[in-house]
Design a protein around this ligand. Structure first.
Ligand SMILES: C[S@@+](CC[C@H](N)C(=O)[O-])C[C@H]1O[C@@H](n2cnc3c(N)ncnc32)[C@H](O)[C@@H]1O
Length: 251
C-alpha cells in the first residue's frame, strides 16, 4: 500500500461504493451509528434549534436531515459527487438543506465564521491532510463555536488489527499492530470494497487540534447502552474494546 496515497484516491473509492454504502442507511444511519454514534453526537450537540450547522462529509445525509428536522440551518458538504446526489434524492422538499460538493481540506467557498457548530461523523480518517481540515473547521466557526467529530478509534482500529480466534471461531481477544504507522492503509468495508483510510496516533490528533487553536472540551469512547444491548444483543462484544472516539472542541 502506498503510504502517500491521497484524498483523490480515497474519493474515487467512495464514488464507486456510494450506492452500496447508502443502502445500509435508514433515517438513523447504519447500525453502528444508531447504537454508538448518534446517542453520543446528540448528547454533545445539545439543542441545535436556530443554529447554523455544517455537516462536514455528510454522505447520504441522514444526520443533516435529523439536524434540519431539529430546527438547525444546515449546510452539508461531501467530496463524493454520488453521495451528494443520493443525499439530495433522500431529502424531502419541506427540508431546506444547502448541499454542496466540496473537499473538507479546502472549503474556500464558505466564509469565515459562518457556523455555530460543525459536525463531522466518521470522515476525518478519510482525509490525507487532516491538519488542513482542522484549520478550515476553525476558520469557519464563530468564536465560541463547537466542532464535534467522530473517527475510528486510532488506538484499536489500526492498519493491522482484528480478532484472534480459536479454530472453531471463538473470539479470544482483539489484536492491534502498526499503531505508530502514519499514512494511508486499506480496509475492507462491505463484502469486497477496499476503502482507503489514513491512520494517525491519538497523540497526533490531539496535538494537531491544540496547535490549530481548539480547546478540548470532551472526549467520548462510545459504548452500547443497556437499551441498545436489549435491542441488538450481538453488540455485547463491543464492551471489550472501543471502535470509535468522539471529540468535542471549542474555538
Ligand atoms: C463513513 S462516510 C460518513 C458519512 C456521513 N457523515 C454519515 O455519518 O453517514 C464518509 C464520508 O466522507 C466523505 N469524504 C471523504 N473524504 C472527504 C473530503 N475530503 N471532503 C469531504 N467529504 C469527504 C465520503 O464521501 C463519505 O461520504
Amino acid at each position: 500500500m502506498n503510504q502517500n496515497a491521497d484524498t483523490k484516491e480515497a474519493i474515487k473509492r467512495w464514488e464507486a461504493f456510494a450506492d452500496t454504502y447508502s443502502k445500509n442507511h435508514t433515517e438513523q444511519g447504519d447500525l453502528h451509528k444508531e447504537v454508538f454514534l448518534n446517542p453520543t453526537l446528540f448528547s454533545l450537540m445539545g439543542n441545535v434549534k436556530n443554529k447554523k450547522v455544517l455537516d462536514a462529509g455528510c454522505g447520504e445525509g441522514y444526520l443533516s436531515r435529523i439536524l434540519s428536522k431539529s430546527g438547525a440551518a444546515v449546510t452539508a458538504i461531501d467530496y463524493t459527487p454520488r453521495m451528494i446526489e443520493i443525499a439530495k434524492e433522500r431529502t424531502p422538499h419541506n427540508l431546506v438543506i444547502d448541499y454542496k460538493h466540496g473537499n473538507c481540506e479546502d472549503l474556500n467557498a464558505l466564509g469565515d465564521k459562518s457556523f455555530d457548530l460543525i459536525v463531522s461523523n466518521m470522515v476525518i480518517q478519510d482525509l490525507a491532510n487532516y491538519e488542513k481540515a482542522f484549520q478550515e473547521m476553525y476558520r469557519l466557526l464563530v468564536d465560541g463555536g463547537r466542532f464535534i467529530f467522530s473517527i475510528l478509534h486510532p488506538c484499536f482500529v489500526t492498519p493491522e488489527c482484528g480478532w484472534e480466534k480459536t479454530e472453531s471461531g471463538e473470539k479470544l481477544h482483539w489484536n492491534v499492530d502498526q499503531y505508530f504507522y502514519e499514512g494511508a492503509y486499506e480496509q475492507g468495508l462491505g463484502d469486497k470494497e477496499k476503502m482507503l483510510f489514513f491512520h494517525r496516533t491519538l497523540t497526533s490528533y490531539i496535538n494537531t487540534l491544540i496547535k490549530t487553536g481548539f480547546v478540548l472540551e470532551r472526549i467520548v469512547e462510545p459504548m452500547p447502552s443497556d437499551e441498545m444491548l436489549k435491542k441488538y444483543p450481538s453488540f455485547e462484544e463491543d464492551l471489550r474494546c472501543a471502535d470509535f472516539i468522539v471529540f468535542k472542541l471549542k474555538k
